[in-house]
Design a protein around this ligand. Structure first.
Ligand SMILES: *Cc1c(COP(=O)(O)O)cnc(C)c1O
Length: 467
């Protein structure tokens, strides 16, 4: 029997219990007032202790995480999270903090914030950070509000537009729209970089700034960033840096030195906090010196997800300057290694040295023959699950129809990378010979191919009433 085939409620048998209390305890009201006691027993499943243990242990083992296997998701850095981070974040003095506590009693926590601020400022070239935002997207909105406030404070009311590259992460235009800015798209050129010639005519007195990710979502370093910064500053705009892809740049290049004025970091990506499934995150926003007055005071309570900040500080201190830098370099090396190993079987739309991630555009031979549909990127991703790997990001970025975006991160060994490469080659051979093997994948997973749109839009999260 597979314990996860059933809900715990479906395992229920009337009268079965997971405990046995002797007579005098069984009917005890624990001395509670009768008015506080419920009339009917709660509708809990009636199961034995061992059934409960097996049920939940089996469920927990269905979970795939970076602690159980290789997780080459692109865009959202899913790096290994050192366990010392957890130990430190769980210290009672940190865990028991309350945001309304008397400041005199939280000097240690304030020191954590100040120390992390100093280290992040050094890593990024910004002057100061605020830790209030709880995710990257939250940081984007905060940063854009600072950007808008800067213009308004100077009486510059005409700057209502923000430039966003067509390769941007979806949160960029979304945050800008929430902030009330009008989005102007700038195109990528054939090399996958912001097209400077397309940018020039967009600039003018109505431009509040530009949002950029560097390296961009294709994993490519925007080489023209100095020129772009000069152009945007020249027209009176500011540069916002989406720091989600900071990992490969650690210790090598600083957004502040590239000309960016405002940025966020995704501490849960670059600085190793377990995330996924919605949290917890931290998206601190850093600004250049002249924007510090707009940052908001850092002295009140409510500093976002404090535990994530502690983890990030622990991570940076544990690595130290040399190894923070090495992390960025190894992330870059590992991505280029996989790219070069697999380019004989997967289409590489942009042939360039990448940073921490890169994008394939589907299989070179997808097995499509007369009357037979070829294998798609979705099929490749599903087939990977059969071999114990998490699938990479698929169908993002939107620039390619069969996008398959791979980011191995720095902690993976050569052996793990080679195993992944071997499986990807095997899948490519299967596709060429018989794409139906891929169409029917995954063959070994508890759930094969749910209707993902319905599952996302109308999730059934509770047991269905039989009536
Ligand atoms: C993950 C990501 C974001 C959004 O960050 P969240 O913490 O998920 O809100 C923004 N931009 C890029 C490039 C990202 O990869």
């Amino acid at each position: 029997m597979r314990y996860y085939d059933k809900l715990i409620f479906e395992c229920s048998k009337p009268g079965r219990t997971g405990y046995s209390l002797s007579g005098e305890w069984k009917d005890a009201s624990l001395g509670l007032d009768a008015s506080l006691l419920r009339a009917d027993a709660p509708l809990l499943p009636q199961v034995s202790e061992v059934d409960v243990v097996r049920h939940y242990t089996n469920l927990s083992q269905m979970n795939f995480g970076v602690d159980t296997g290789f997780y080459p998701l692109g865009s959202c850095t899913m790096k290994y999270n050192p366990k010392i981070n957890e130990e430190l974040a769980a210290l009672p003095a940190f865990q028991g903090l309350h945001p309304l506590q008397d400041p005199a009693t939280v000097k240690g926590a304030c020191a954590v914030l100040e120390w992390t601020d100093r280290l992040l400022a050094e890593i990024t070239g910004m002057k100061h950070f605020t830790f209030k935002p709880c995710a990257g997207a939250h940081g984007e909105l905060t940063g854009l509000m600072i950007l808008r406030e800067y213009h308004l404070s100077r009486g510059d009311l005409a700057r209502t537009k923000i430039i966003v590259p067509d390769s941007a992460h979806g949160t960029n235009p979304a945050s800008a729209a929430v902030c009330g800015l009008e989005i102007v798209e700038v195109k990528s050129n054939a090399a996958g970089l912001v097209d400077v010639e397309d940018l020039k005519p967009l600039l003018g007195p109505d431009i509040a700034g530009i949002m950029m990710t560097n390296p961009n979502t294709l994993g490519l370093f925007e080489k023209d960033i100095k020129q772009i910064a000069a152009l945007v500053h020249g027209c009176g705009g500011l540069l916002y840096y989406d720091g989600a892809n900071m990992n490969p740049l650690l210790g090598a290049v600083r957004p502040g030195d590239m000309g960016f004025d405002i940025m966020h970091l995704n501490l849960h990506k670059t600085f190793s906090t377990p995330h996924g499934g919605g949290g917890p995150g931290s998206g601190p926003v850093g600004v250049a010196e002249r924007l510090v007055p707009f940052l908001g005071v850092n002295t009140s309570g409510f500093h976002g997800n404090f535990g994530v900040i502690v983890r990030s500080l622990a991570y940076i201190l544990m690595l130290g300057k040399q190894n923070v830098r090495l992390a960025g370099r190894l992330a870059t090396l590992n991505a280029n290694y996989i790219k070069e190993c697999l380019r004989d079987a997967y289409k590489l739309p942009i042939d360039s040295v990448c940073k921490h991630e890169f994008v394939f555009d589907g299989l070179i031979d997808d097995g499509a023959r007369e009357g037979k549909a070829g294998a798609t990127t979705l099929d490749v991703a599903k087939r990977l699950l059969d071999f114990g790997f998490h699938a990479p990001t698929i169908y993002f970025p939107l620039l390619f129809h069969q996008a398959l975006m791979i980011e191995p991160t720095e902690t993976e060994s050569l052996e793990t990378l080679d195993e992944f490469v071997a499986v990807m080659h095997k899948i490519a051979r299967e596709a060429a010979e018989d794409p139906d093997i891929l169409h029917a994948a995954p063959h070994n997973a508890p759930i094969s191919r749910p209707d993902e749109t319905t599952a996302a839009r109308n999730p059934i999260l509770k047991i269905q009433d039989e009536n």
